[in-house]
Design a binder for this molecule. Structure first.
Ligand SMILES: [Zn+2]
Length: 184
């Protein structure tokens, strides 16, 4: 399991490097619909947890319902929810350092978190098999506001105030999510 995980992250890094260089090929934008958004099988998570498709489906139903109501409010609320959760995770001691992040993302089945780069003014991280966007159609914008808020909040609590932006996302035609954290 441990070896499999390391190999998987390695494979994803290759996909990441390739796609960032090549840019996504299918830039044709489509609408997100219940038919193309709710049903998804995440290979790693579904293998470990057979009920994973139902779990993701429920989360996406809620997220989609919010989007139907208002895309901008959905972004705002999900990012805010992520920020608040981050605060609680750090306060409760569940997250003590950045190294705890991959474990939390795995345990909560949010996705496979990969920290690519850590420097004094910037952190780069990816999420693979993300619950918000894995296998979603290209809609021309990012989808993972909850994840962005969670990352921003945890890093704010542990390191300092920052701006966290999702740069790559399945919603933009990539196969993964990529976040950039810049310190203020
Ligand atoms: Zn995403």
């Amino acid at each position: 399991m441990e070896i499999e995980y390391v190999d998987l992250i390695k494979q994803w890094r290759n996909i990441y490097k390739f796609e960032v260089k090549e840019k996504p090929s299918q830039l044709q934008r489509t609408e997100l619909t219940p038919q193309n958004y709710f049903q998804v099988r995440r290979p790693f998570f579904a293998k470990l947890f057979p009920e994973d498709p139902e779990y993701v489906r429920t989360f996406r139903m809620i997220s989609y319902g919010m989007m139907e109501y208002s895309p901008s409010l959905r972004s705002l609320i999900l990012r805010g929810a992520g920020l608040k959760l981050a605060k609680r995770l750090v306060e409760s001691g569940e997250v003590k350092s950045l190294d705890d992040l991959p474990r939390v993302f795995l345990n909560q089945k949010i996705g496979l978190l990969d920290i690519l780069e850590e420097s004094f003014n910037r952190i780069k991280l990816n999420i693979y098999e993300c619950m918000s966007c894995y296998n979603a159609v290209t809609i021309g914008r990012t989808l993972c506001d909850f994840e962005a808020g969670l990352i921003q909040g945890i890093i704010e609590e542990l390191v300092g105030r920052n701006i966290t932006r999702e740069i790559y996302c399945q919603g933009l035609g990539y196969s993964f999510c990529g976040f950039e954290v810049v310190f203020e």
